[in-house]
Write a protein that binds this ligand. Structure first.
Ligand SMILES: Cc1cc2nc3c(=O)[nH]c(=O)nc-3n(C[C@H](O)[C@H](O)[C@H](O)COP(=O)(O)O)c2cc1C
Length: 197
């Protein structure tokens, strides 16, 4: 396997959702690079209806944070500690003026995954968040009506390293006594319905 291929695969399999962050800011150029990764994602009919808001401003970030819900299975233990909150956010918007495509959710998935993986490759952890108070966040950031706020990606340099666990009948992740997050994942044989070779 070439070095580039090995690196991409390594990034994909090592990426985990991160909910505890170092307070070192992410440079603006890096945040723009993440948007560039999203920009080049596949898009149904190449309509490209997804747009983004980057927030690294401390005060605005602090106003977004209360409207995010973290790690529902282990509430409140997945909430970032007061000194481990995200240092940046990327808000994922659907421009309704250009969103007649029923494929928009697929576009969002592809674009966001590009961001998460590009971030991970740069040492940056992320949490893709759908459990958000859309109305409140739209108000805080004065997002116009023609944008649908889909999700928020919380970002920051990693301050935790979750561990993948074998799936043993439950999808619920958990934290151990040391505060390490364990994430069960089904095995390949559990998700390959059939092999026709
Ligand atoms: C569409 C989507 C929405 C999610 N929303 C939230 C959320 O609102 N809050 C949260 O803490 N995690 C959220 N997550 C992260 C998942 O909990 C996480 O991906 C899952 O536990 C598996 O962990 P992993 O990303 O490390 O593989 C979301 C993930 C996806 C794909």
């Amino acid at each position: 396997m070439s070095k580039a291929k090995a690196t991409i695969y390594k990034i994909i399999i090592s990426r985990r959702t991160i909910r505890q962050f170092q307070q070192r800011p992410i440079p603006r150029a890096i945040l723009k690079r993440l948007i560039n990764a999203a920009r080049l994602a596949p898009s149904a009919a190449n309509l490209q209806p997804i747009e983004f808001i980057i927030v690294s401003h401390k005060v605005m970030g602090a106003r977004i944070f209360p409207h995010l819900r973290w790690a529902n299975y282990i509430t409140p233990y997945g909430i970032p500690a007061p000194d481990k909150k995200p240092t940046a956010y990327i808000l994922v918007l659907l421009n309704k003026a250009n969103a007649q495509s029923k494929y928009a959710p697929y576009d969002i998935g592809a674009a966001v995954e590009n961001i998460l993986l590009a971030a991970w490759g740069l040492g940056i952890g992320s949490c893709w968040m759908h459990a958000i108070d859309r109305d409140k966040i739209k108000k805080v950031l004065r997002i116009p009506k023609h944008y649908q706020l889909d999700s928020v990606i919380s970002l920051g340099y990693k301050a935790e390293l979750p561990i993948v666990e074998e799936y043993r009948g439950s999808v619920r992740y958990w934290k151990d006594k040391r505060g390490i997050l364990h994430v069960p994942k089904k095995s390949t044989h559990q998700i390959i319905y059939k092999e026709i070779i």
